[in-house]
Design a protein around this ligand. Structure first.
Ligand code: XMP
Length: 523
């Protein structure tokens, strides 16, 4: 394991990703972790990230100096580089104007740095700093510099410490990958063994050992994360895992049938399909307010889930598809032990009085795209692995106003056409570009049913029927989004098909608003 000590929110993530891409497992820990706590985790190597602070600020995070004396291979970037200098008796100061962007790095004469091995004497690196190391600590040598930054790289090979002012982890550093490889494979002597097949093996063994003979229950939504947990459970413990699929009747067309088929025919788990459609229909009758819809749907979900869970014998564990960003972004596990995290997670689950399950979260160390790769390695079909985000309250928040069976049927059929056509459009783009979610592909797309009617004419008949709004956005994280610039012929096909194939619809509109100011969903 490579421990990435993070000195500023988000800086560590990119480094951890880059190391994992080189097939070495890495995890992110707080920069201020104590040496004892870090050593308990037995890291094979340590990386110190950059960060926004200045080492002399009173609030600046400091590395525990014992970590630097442990002779564990250690690499520091930017703020990490400066904190090494500061902690070991060197000095750091403000430079006149800082250095941002591409810089020309020149290696020291007769440089034999193992970190810079197999990189040219002069090369482009990416800099972003105001502070600079002025004097290196005793025993360190300067291995490279730029015009503005005399100590752009320094090291003390006998202490196993290497540091750079620039950022090898960003793509703009020409030989950054080579430097990371030098550090991981030559200096730290790690083997690139972290690949999906090994990971599946390890995760299965861990889950098996963790749960012993006890029963595990999972709320399976059919989304990527819970599906991967289910597939993993199937491989690790088989029918000892019960997957509870609550069908609220608000899923997309054919979706409940598809989920059931995958987890009864392809995977060996205990699958329970809870038909709650009628109860939800009753619960949502005449409810117009979007937040009230969300609240009722969410509350009923846990009610249905625990009804089933309490009837099962011997359930000890509740599996959840929590993923790594959920944890690092919430900061839940950053500074606290795992016990307190479990508590904070538990608070989110409304356990009924007297009911308690221990949580297992097998994906809590994986980034989203790693979860997808895991899913593929476990044999999940692509339509689940590459599924787009879908809100928990389902189609209820895509029907503006009160939900009823007739509107649901219209929306399901129209939405199926939107997805069919845009899946095909994305597939064509994928074939051209070779990447899923290529920049021009639509990232999330669906139909919305507004609460109005309009006049139309079909044949010789005047119609008074509903419109469908098509929503398709480009985004990477749903925080911001832009409406997809779909080709007119794709839009024309969608419109033509919806009006021809979905009774009750006589008009189709395309939503051309970005987020902000709009949101992706309509409610
Ligand atoms: P908005 O509409 O806020 O949506 O731009 C951002 C992303 O979140 C999804 N979304 C939800 N997901 N429960 C969910 O699980 C919800 O209530 C919910 N509302 C929105 C939405 O589909 C988009 O991807």
């Amino acid at each position: 394991t490579v421990a990435v000590l993070d000195f500023g929110a988000q800086y560590g993530q990119l480094i951890a990703r880059r190391i994992r891409d080189l097939h070495v497992y890495s995890e992110i820990l707080p920069g201020t972790i104590s040496a004892d706590e870090l050593f308990q985790r037995k890291p094979d190597a340590i990386v110190l990230s950059g960060g926004p602070a200045s080492v002399y600020e009173p609030e600046a995070p400091h590395i525990d100096p014992a970590i630097l004396h442990a002779n564990i291979p250690l690499l520091g970037f930017c703020y990490g580089h400066q904190s090494i200098a500061d902690a070991l008796g060197g000095s750091v100061a403000h430079t006149e104007k800082g250095e941002y962007g591409a810089a020309r790095l020149i290696k020291a004469a007769h440089c034999e740095s193992a970190l810079l091995a197999d990189t040219p004497h002069e090369q482009t690196v990416w800099m972003s700093h105001r502070d600079s190391v002025q004097h290196v600590p005793e025993g360190f040598s300067v291995t490279a510099s730029t015009d503005i930054c005399p100590v752009a790289a320094m090291e003390n090979a006998s202490m196993n410490i290497y540091a750079t002012q620039f950022h090898p982890e960003v793509a703009h550093t020409e030989f950054g990958t080579q430097m990371l490889k030098n550090f991981l494979f030559n200096i730290a002597k790690l083997t690139p063994a972290w690949n999906m097949d090994n990971i599946v093996e390890t995760l299965c063994a861990q889950m098996k050992q963790h749960v012993g003979n006890d029963r595990v229950i999972l709320a399976l939504s059919g989304g990527v994360d819970s599906s991967v947990v289910a597939a993993l459970g199937a491989r690790a413990i088989g029918k000892q895992m019960t997957c509870v699929f609550i069908n609220h009747g608000l899923l997309r067309k054919n979706e409940p049938e598809e989920v059931e088929a995958v987890f009864t025919q392809q995977f060996d788990v205990d699958f329970i399909h809870v038909h709650a459609e009628d109860r939800y229909a009753e619960l949502l009758k005449d409810v117009v307010d979007p937040e009230e819809k969300r609240k009722r749907i969410g509350t009923q979900f846990w009610k249905e889930f625990f009804n089933v869970a309490q009837q099962l014998e011997g359930v000890r564990y509740l599996a959840q598809g929590t993923i790594y960003p959920d944890i690092i972004e919430s900061g839940a596990r950053k500074t606290q032990g795992s016990a307190s995290t479990i508590k904070s997670h538990h608070n989110l689950i409304p356990f009924p009085d007297g009911v308690h399950f221990d949580l297992i979260e097998p994906l809590d160390h994986f980034f989203k795209d790693e979860v997808r790769k895991l899913g593929l390695a476990l044999g999940l079909p692509e339509h689940i692995v590459y599924r787009q985000p879908f809100p928990g309250p389902g189609l209820a928040i895509r029907i503006i106003g009160a939900v009823d069976a007739e509107k649901l049927a219209i929306l399901k059929n129209a939405d199926a056409i939107v997805r069919e056509e845009l899946d095909a459009y994305n597939k064509r783009l994928y074939e051209e570009t070779g990447e899923h979610n290529s920049q021009h592909a639509a990232w999330q797309y669906f139909a919305v049913l507004p609460d109005v009617k309009s006049v139309g004419v079909m044949g010789d008949e005047r119609t008074y029927a509903r419109p469908i709004i098509v929503r398709a956005v480009e985004s990477s994280d749903a925080m911001t989004a832009d409406w997809a610039r779909l080709p007119y012929d794709v839009l024309a096909r969608i419109s033509g098909r919806i009006v021809a194939e979905v009774p009750g619809v006589n008009r189709v509109a395309y939503d051309i608003t970005s987020k902000p100011p709009a949101t992706i969903e309509w409610e």
